[in-house]
Write a protein that binds this ligand. Structure first.
Ligand code: DX5
Ligand code: ZN
Length: 236
């Protein structure tokens, strides 16, 4: 992993879609680790975004992992399309899949890392019997569907509970599962979120909203600020 073991994953939901390739390359050049790719279907969530064709189009723009967050129902039909489109990590909401274990296997059989996403009110128990098939747990700190919402503070307690489950699993299996957070993350709250046990941070509006000029290095200072806050917290 580059920089530290913390992952910063800008969400391209808040990027300039007319220049998406550059937007992807620029955040990685500024020190981001993953590209977070939000897929919404106007059915599971009340918004419509991008699909496998766009994933395929941005794939040559970076060697950084593409972290596909599926907010679609059903999930299984579309998973192989994202595998083919070059995704590295694919996460989905367990409520959107009739067969969570099967969906996880579909992702891993395609050679990608797999993860479950927990809405603010979704209990963490969904992960209990499938930890061996999970590489990432993604906690929503807003209700899914839109960028630019406010961080829900109760997510910090939930993050500590999730971290405890994942640490217990690591002690028994030797395998570390990442804990990622998505929604309302910025330079003011990222340290507190890291202290709750999170080690991967999605940030959409905080990153892309900070780069309004045309300088290719316009994201250096925001990603530097996020990274600086994490360095002050220490290792995950
Ligand atoms: C919301 C998406 C998020 C969103 C985060 O449903 O999953 O990834 O882009 O945006 P910010 O960081 O603006 O809350
Ligand atoms: Zn997301």
């Amino acid at each position: 992993m580059r920089h530290t073991d913390y992952v910063i994953a800008p969400s391209i939901l808040s990027a300039n879609f007319a220049a998406l390739g550059e937007e992807v390359a620029n955040v990685i050049a500024s020190g981001a680790d993953w590209i977070h790719f939000d897929v919404m279907d106007n059915h599971y969530v009340p918004n419509l975004t991008i699909g496998p064709l766009v994933c395929e189009a941005i794939r040559p723009c970076t060697i950084a992992p593409i972290d596909v967050h599926l907010m679609v129902k059903p999930v299984d039909r579309i998973i192989p399309d994202f595998v083919k489109a070059g995704a590295n990590i694919i996460t989905f909401h367990p409520e959107a899949s009739e067969h969570v274990d099967r969906s996880l296997s579909l992702i891993r059989d395609g050679g990608c890392q797999a993860g479950l996403v927990f809405n603010p009110a979704t209990p963490l128990d969904y992960m209990d019997y499938v930890l061996d098939k999970i590489d990432v747990v993604l906690l929503m700190s807003v209700n899914p569907g839109f960028g630019g919402q406010k961080f829900i503070p109760g997510t910090l307690v939930k993050a500590k509970q999730a971290r405890a489950k994942l640490d217990a699993y690591e002690r028994e299996s030797g395998r570390r599962i990442r804990l990622e957070i998505d929604g309302g993350v910025n330079a003011t709250n990222i340290a507190e979120i890291a202290r709750a046990g999170v080690d991967a941070f999605v940030a959409g509006s905080a990153v892309y909203g900070a780069g309004k000029n045309s300088d290719p290095h316009r994201y250096d200072s925001i990603i530097g600020a996020l990274r600086g806050e994490l360095l002050a917290v220490g290792c995950p």
